[in-house]
Write a new protein. Structure first.
Length: 430
């Protein structure tokens, strides 16, 4: 057994192991306790030892201090990673295009937060078509499209010498670096969505995610570009810090993270709220609406910031989503329950409670299915039927004469009128 194998089998910090490794580097060393000398190894074994990983340090005194630079002052730092997280359909991609448009023409940022330095931007988009979606939206936002570039993929030469192209992912980080070198005025890279480019790694493992993002962060710093990534929210009900899809390492690696949420008091209003920003004091959020210019959607920022915590906004949105999920379940159950024909309201309500469906969810399901309880006889009970069934039943019985010449009793609704049903059979509010 040679000394290299012996040293590596010992605990890394033992005196013997360190002495033997020093010997491998070509120095004649003496053990501090036994006094034994170790002779240098041959040049071959010394080279083998030099391949052993070793820590590299720098003295802070040798590192020149420099001022932090911002793409969007106080919100998006240059040379760092930023994440924008939110549920689908809220306009996250549209927000990133609004940012790119502002950068491309050196325009003013919302809420009087300064003016952008005119620069190039690179878009890495897996979901939107450049011709019929990205270009019209950039035009609507007033972008200088001559300064906005789309990363179409990576070209390479195959084993037959033919040029091929494939989609870009994070394993092609060096190809992106070379492209940024050819675009020296680029200050913004948008990755949308982040999950489309993780190259098959387990995005829920911290070590894998950190190894994936470290080269991207290094390139962002070296090229002085702000890398802004779009992500989605998970379905948990915890704090906003833990709501970004995948490992917490995504949020940890980013220097700024924002949540996009719907204003629960205004269905057309969207909020961009800070979850974390390691490099600046806490800032207020932003609000926007989605307008239309020449047939393309465009972000319309509000002129004043908003002071709504991300935790509060996401918790409210989560409750709303949960309520919609319960309603969807109740709709399916109620449709199946009445599919074979009308049923007594009391029976339906009792079965719904046994099935774990709340009165509130049942009410919403009834409204969505346009079910109107009917009472065909003064002494009879209330009946629920699917919308078409109710129409058929009404058309058959309303305004017809019986054999004796008497007008059949017209069906009436629960409240004694022809609409506005707001109570259960027992009078409880729906």
């Amino acid at each position: 057994m040679n000394l290299l194998q012996d040293a590596l089998r010992q605990a890394a910090l033992t005196d013997t192991a360190l002495v033997k490794l020093d010997a491998l580097r070509g120095r004649k060393c003496r053990h501090s306790e036994t006094g034994e000398f170790f002779k240098p190894f041959s040049s071959v074994r010394a080279a083998e030892c030099r391949r052993i990983p070793h820590a590299v340090t720098r003295c802070i005194a040798d590192i020149p201090a420099k001022q932090l630079s911002w793409l969007w002052p106080g919100r998006i730092p240059l040379g760092k990673l930023t994440i924008l997280s939110g549920d689908p359909g809220l306009g996250k991609s549209l927000v990133t295009l609004a940012i790119a448009a502002t950068v491309s023409r050196g325009a003013a940022w919302p809420c009087h937060e300064g003016v952008a330095q005119a620069a190039d931007a690179v878009l890495v988009s897996a979901e939107d078509d450049p011709a019929d979606t990205i270009r019209p939206r950039l035009d609507a936002a007033g972008a200088d499209v001559g300064r906005v570039h789309v990363l179409d993929g990576v070209e390479y030469t195959d084993e037959n010498g033919d040029t091929q192209r494939r989609p870009w992912n994070f394993t092609d980080i060096e190809a992106l670096d070379r492209r940024l070198l050819a675009l020296p005025d680029c200050r913004l890279v948008i990755v949308d969505p982040l999950s489309a480019y993780v190259a098959g790694i387990d995005s829920h493992k911290n070590a894998d995610v950190r190894a994936l993002l470290a080269p991207l962060a290094e390139i962002a710093a070296r090229r002085r570009v702000a890398v802004t990534c779009v992500s989605h929210l998970n379905k948990s009900a915890g704090p906003a810090m833990y709501r970004t899809t995948g490992s917490l390492a995504f949020v940890a690696a980013a220097r700024a993270v924002y949540a996009v949420a719907k204003d629960q008091n205004d269905a057309a209003r969207r909020l961009v709220l800070p979850i974390k920003c390691n490099l600046a004091p806490d800032t207020a959020g932003l609000a926007y609406r989605i307008g239309v210019v020449n047939g393309a959607p465009v972000i319309e920022w509000e002129s004043e910031p908003v002071d709504i915590p991300a935790d509060e906004a996401l918790a409210a949105a989560n409750q709303d989503n949960e309520s919609r999920s319960q309603t969807d379940e109740a709709v399916g159950w109620l449709r199946q329950e009445l599919d074979s024909g009308p049923a007594k309201a009391a029976d339906v309500q009792r079965e719904a409670r046994l099935a774990g469906i709340s009165d509130k969810a049942l009410r919403r399901a009834r409204e969505r299915l346009r079910i109107r309880p009917h009472k065909y006889e003064f002494s009879g009970g209330w009946v629920w039927a699917l919308h078409q069934d109710a129409q058929d039943a009404t058309s058959q019985k309303v305004g017809t004469f019986e054999g004796g010449g008497h007008l059949r009793q017209e069906p009436r609704l629960e409240d004694g009128h022809t609409g506005g049903v707001d109570t259960f059979e027992d009078g409880a509010d729906l």
